[in-house]
Design a protein around this ligand. Sequence first.
Ligand code: GRG
Length: 325
Amino acid sequence: MRDMGLAGKVIQTLPTLDLESYLAARTAAIDRALDGYLKRCAERSGNIWKAMRYGLFPGGKRIRPILLLAAGELFGAKRKALMPFACAVELIHGYSLIHDDLPALDNDDLRRGEPTNHKVFGEGMALLAGDGLLTEAFHVLSGAEVLTAVPAALVLKLMHELSYAVGVAGLVGGQAFDLEAEKRTVDIGMVEYIHVRKTGALIRTSIRLGAQVADASAADLKRVTRFGDCLGLAFQIADDILDILGETAPGERAESGHSEWNKATYPSVVGIARAQRRLKELFDQCLSELAPFGKAAEPLRAIAAHITARALQTNGKSATEETNI
Ligand code: GRG
């Protein structure tokens, strides 16, 4: 039998859940809810609404809202209470991608295989569409109907946490460090610092929001927070490994023509093999954080495996990249 290396070990630990159906059902529910929120807005005929919609539909993997639902459902929260928070994190993710693609940042022509927002609507409108999605997230969360399912004090606390995670302490700050890192040599500590903020903060917070809506105990919240920390970093390392190996899905950033080797990424700083070892270590940590929850945590376990497996299935190609260390 062919040696599958790290990937083989990941596959052996894959749970029995039918992940494809699980993800498809949740994606459909999230899409319906997002569509409802956008339709509800009184003024939605202008280009700004079209640009905002274009940023959300067709969507990507919806991984952050799905993680939020999975974490909330692990601790018994109702879908009705979780969904506004799930939509809010996807609205914020949508904004961050539109802005990240702009000429002033990544200058990408394609996103999810389609022309980027600014290529279709122009830079000014894309900038505003991102602003619109970000603002809409907090409009959704501060709506009166959220209070029918979640206590007001908790809604306020969670909005406070979310805004911190996506502000200068998290997403925006991480992106700013990333921008500055382009001009200098970075070490692996700085790469992790950027990843934890730029990508990790929203993933970690999605999981924490779900758990807190469910009123998880302090000990359980700490445990899923550690799971979220590991998964957030793993997500970015996996994305970077796939990018650098040119295995990003057709139409994504690998087509932009940028050399991923010049960016502040795990594989560009320590090589593919060490990046894969770190990824496997993080995946194992994810599993050990979930172990006490048993079968109930199967969806989170399966999502973690889904995020990491493909980037670990590359041991054949990775050897040649070690010269970059
Ligand atoms: C502009 C403030 C600001 C922040 C941008 C999101 C981000 C920060 C940068 C994007 C750069 C990037 C694409 C990093 C890789 C990790 C990542 C966030 C990938 C895209 O997320 P997916 O794979 O996308 O969940 P889909 O298309 O599935 O929604």
